[in-house]
Ligand binder design. Structure first.
Ligand code: PMP
Length: 395
């Protein structure tokens, strides 16, 4: 199988597996226990926190400073941020292309009377950040929280987070960034980002599934989602998963220390895939560009991601044909592809129905190779040609 679904999840780095196996074999790990075994587990967590702090350029757990709340992943971090940050009655501003783990929470809150204000995106999939100040200040009450993703999981389009952070700072609004897709793909400093809270998820950067975090800036208040023991200063009770935490710290350390190299490698492979497919099928549409300029004017994207419309083919049929041909990719977010409604991201970009219906996402990783990409180009081209011919016969 040629795995090109690295925005859904990545393969775990063998060096991370080694670290986790060591911890798993080291014995019981309850960091709240007051004996030597518990203290050893606590020490492992403290060391992991130091490693994570350096990797994200934000020293953690200094009195009054930023801290990281360990969660089960991006979904929980986003739920915690949306429900726990800011005044519970204050309006929330979101873009229309946020991940379902943000949008679905907002819809739940809206059903209970919370006001949600939606920020539009342009045709390239970039949030219209100039509209943000007016949206924050609209109506009778200023927004209390803005939540935006740093890069979109379906198109890879990078969002103007720094500019949003500046507006939020000027207007005194809490700012949450869902950085799930950027970490391990783009350089990021949590210290200078200007956010109040940031979501991360280990399985997107070659770490284990089931662990993520919500970084909270010093002084930012958070209401917990879960209630129970005193772990994590009651922000997220429950026995800390020490092997997962150590796995995430190692994965983050590797992802950031190897970023310069892996970024170049991923973008060269992604471009190879795009160019290879475009030369075989010139009418293929690459998403992330403004309409009048064609794809010569692609906006900044994650180095690993491409979202392509295979005009004349249906995305579900393409997905199945590719699966049979040994290529794993995705039709939109893995979180919604089970039921497979048309992508809310591509719809928000105002793309024609035909492009939305035929869009697939491919994501390479630092473990992808030129040989595999060339092989994938051939298999994808073959499937596409066949589906188009079948459709021509049907019509
Ligand atoms: N946010 C974004 C932008 C994502 O891409 C994802 C994963 N598809 C999530 C949040 C949810 O992360 P997790 O799978 O760790 O719950």
């Amino acid at each position: 199988m040629i795995y090109l679904d690295n925005n859904a999840t990545t393969e775990i780095d063998p060096r991370v597996v080694d670290v986790m196996i060591d911890v798993l074999r080291s014995g019981p790990c309850n960091a709240s226990s007051q004996h030597a075994v518990g203290r050893a587990a606590r020490l492992r967590i403290d060391e992991a926190i130091d490693v994570i702090g350096s990797a994200i350029d934000s020293p953690l757990d200094q009195p009054g400073g930023p801290r990281l709340i360990f969660t089960s992943g991006g979904t929980e971090s986003n739920n915690l941020a949306l429900t726990g940050l800011a005044d519970p009655d204050a309006p929330i501003v979101l873009s229309r292309i946020e991940h379902p783990s943000v949008i679905a929470v907002a819809e739940q809150l809206a059903a209970r009377g919370r006001e949600i204000r939606w920020l539009d995106v342009d045709h390239a999939g970039v949030a219209k950040i100039d509209l943000l100040p007016d949206l924050i200040q609209a109506g009778n009450r200023p927004a209390g929280l803005v939540s935006l993703m740093s890069a979109n999981n379906e198109t890879g389009v990078v969002q103007p987070i720094e500019q949003a952070a500046q507006f939020c700072r000027d207007l005194g609004v809490t700012f949450h960034v869902d950085a799930t897709q950027s970490i391990g793909k783009l350089p990021i400093s949590f210290r200078t980002l200007g956010a109040s809270a940031v979501t991360l998820s280990a399985h997107k950067f070659h770490g284990p599934t089931g662990i993520g975090g919500l970084w909270i800036d010093g002084g930012v208040k958070l209401r917990p989602l879960l209630h129970g023991g005193e772990q994590q200063l009651e922000s997220r009770p429950g026995t800390e998963p020490v092997p997962l935490i150590c796995g995430m710290a190692t994965a983050l350390q590797l992802a950031t220390s190897e970023l310069a190299q892996s970024q170049l490698q991923m973008s060269s492979l992604r471009d190879r895939l795009e160019h290879g497919l475009r030369s075989a099928h010139p009418d293929l549409v690459v998403h992330g560009s403004l309409p009048d300029h064609g794809d010569r004017s692609l906006v900044p994207r994650l180095p690993n991601t491409t979202c392509l419309s295979f005009l004349g083919a249906d995305r579900q049929s393409m997905l199945m044909a590719l699966d049979m041909a040994g290529v794993a990719c995705s039709s939109g977010s893995a979180c919604s592809s089970g039921s497979s409604p048309p992508s809310h991201v591509l719809l928000a970009m105002g793309l024609p129905a035909e492009q939305v219906q035929s869009a697939l996402r491919f994501g390479v990783s630092k473990f992808s190779t030129e040989k595999k990409i060339d092989d994938a180009i051939e298999r994808i081209s073959r499937c596409y040609k066949r589906l188009r011919q079948n459709r021509a016969v049907e019509n």
